[in-house]
Design a protein around this ligand. Structure first.
Ligand SMILES: *[C@@H]1O[C@H](CO)[C@@H](O)[C@H](O)[C@H]1NC(C)=O
Ligand SMILES: *[C@@H]1O[C@H](CO)[C@@H](O)[C@H](O)[C@H]1NC(C)=O
Ligand SMILES: *[C@@H]1O[C@H](CO)[C@@H](O)[C@H](O)[C@H]1NC(C)=O
Ligand SMILES: *[C@@H]1O[C@H](CO)[C@@H](O)[C@H](O)[C@H]1NC(C)=O
Length: 435
């Protein structure tokens, strides 16, 4: 080859090299404009007839921190309240890494914060796999909002080490960001039934001091099985998992406070989590010590703290927004949800459901019909502007303030409105029932 033809070939290559990005840029611009138009249309149509009863006019609506980078009103969503932000703690046990990845993708939104905790019992290989996944995920998404708990905890599912882990997660999330509004505690065996756009949309209309926590003071048979026996949670002081040990002596039912119990799944406000972790009141600490010896303490600790604190008692909504199908009494084990439960769980309007088997076909159905999620990608929302060659619908990220709620928000809205109705909201807050 002569020098000239070399040069020529180089030129042609250069020319082609220049053409490709040019076409890509043009295509991206077209996409951006299209998406903006779609957004404009969809967000103006979703300025909805969303109005609740007077149920929460008495509650204080907190002001969004002016430093919040997302707090500025987006021009495209003017007229809508600024969406809140959630802080998720996703906890998984040994063997749950794939479920955690899938759950993260199913609940991902750039506004939120995510903290993943893998039980100390998991192998270092599993842990490395999770950390690697999150690294790649973050490098790709560049929102910097997904983290992994580095110093993992050993957890006994029914013991106080579970509460310790939840508080640990919340403390880390409080430190990571000043700008989240609600804390959501999920297990790797949970799955969402609505998109984050749906959830954020419904929560944008709620006062920021509402706590979703299912609770009752009726101990019933549980007085004998929960309040009186004492246990020791070995995960608090051993380095390997072992069974809970029971103390032969029994103690009396507390009189210094009223015990409440309910579902271990909840959506709690930032303010309440700060009260539990950094508050000046001693109640959260003394109760933590009391609950160290209570069986199934995650089903009682936060309920008892909330209902025994004057400032928070009136902020409770007696529902956990989870669909959980309990076995018939004694309500000890949730039924594993499968395809046959799909209609009922959708109709419930709940935001999340549990529990599922790993990669059960019903999860694929939820992805397809309720979330619009493609395998290995996050759930698309109003912030997603463009697809790439591989089909990621959120390859081009847009304004995270723009929500595009789908049919899921109607279902959730109906459930929340029902819970906030006159008959359901006030009359069911921390009611002390005599046995
Ligand atoms: C609402 O907030 C104001 C000012 O922060 C306070 O004075 C008032 O007591 C609050 N009301 C309730 C019901 O918490
Ligand atoms: C938090 O989530 C986990 C799921 O990993 C659950 O088992 C636990 O009981 C929840 N609640 C509390 C109060 O820790
Ligand atoms: C909470 O609600 C009850 C009953 O509606 C009311 O009597 C009480 O004053 C309220 N407490 C606070 C702190 O607002
Ligand atoms: C769904 O709900 C209906 C009505 O509550 C009930 O009769 C039916 O047994 C439920 N189906 C399943 C599979 O749980």
């Amino acid at each position: 080859m002569t020098k000239r033809s070399h040069l020529f070939a180089g030129y042609a290559l250069l020319e082609r090299k220049w053409m490709r990005p040019f076409i890509i840029v043009i295509a991206a611009c077209v996409l951006l404009i299209l998406a903006a138009v779609i957004n404009l249309v969809s967000s103006s149509s979703s300025v909805s007839s969303f109005a609740y009863t007077a149920a929460f006019s008495e509650l204080n609506i907190s002001i969004v921190d002016p430093d919040d980078i997302f707090a500025k009103q987006s021009p495209l969503s003017s007229g809508m309240p600024i969406p809140p932000r959630f802080a998720y703690l996703i906890s998984g046990a040994k063997g749950h890494v794939n479920r955690m990845k899938r759950l993260l993708q199913a609940v991902y939104h750039p506004r939120n914060h995510y903290l993943l905790h893998l039980d100390l019992e998991a192998s270092s290989k599993e842990r490395a796999e999770l950390v690697n996944f999150v690294k790649q995920f973050c490098a790709y998404k560049r929102d910097g909002n997904v983290h992994v708990v580095e110093k993992a905890n050993l957890i006994t599912y029914k013991g106080a080490s579970m509460i310790a882990n939840t508080l640990h997660g919340a403390a880390i999330l409080l430190k990571y960001s000043k700008h989240w509004d609600w804390f959501i505690n999920l297990s790797a065996t949970d799955y969402p039934l609505v998109t984050q756009d749906d959830l954020l949309h419904v929560f944008s209309f709620l006062p920021k001091d509402i706590n979703f926590i299912e609770h009752t003071s009726k101990l019933g048979w549980r007085e004998f099985q929960r309040a009186k026996p004492m246990i020791i949670d070995p995960a608090l002081f051993m380095d390997k998992k072992s069974d809970i040990s029971w103390i032969t002596q029994r103690r009396s039912v507390p009189t210094a406070f009223k015990m409440f119990l309910g579902s271990a799944w909840m959506i709690l406000t930032r303010d309440f989590m700060e009260y539990c972790i950094a508050g000046w009141d001693n109640l959260p600490r003394t109760l933590l010590m009391y609950y160290a010896n209570v069986i199934s303490s995650p089903e009682g600790y936060f309920h008892t703290v909330l209902c025994n604190t004057r400032e928070y008692r009136n902020t409770t909504v007696n529902h956990d927004l989870h669909y959980i199908l309990w076995d018939n009494p004694p309500r000890q084990h949730p039924t594993t949800l499968t395809m046959e439960h799909f209609e009922n769980m959708t109709a419930s309007g709940a935001a999340f459901a549990r529990k599922f088997r790993a990669d059960d076909p019903v999860l694929d159905r939820i992805d397809k019909e309720l979330l619009g999620r493609k395998k290995d990608y996050v759930v698309p929302g109003g912030w997603c502007l463009g697809t790439n060659l591989w089909g990621d619908p959120c390859a081009v990220a847009g304004d995270p303030n723009i929500l595009r709620p789908g049919p899921g928000y109607k279902r959730l809205e109906a459930l929340v409105a029902r819970q906030l109705s006159q008959e359901m909201f006030r009359p069911r807050q921390c009611v002390v029932e005599e046995e």
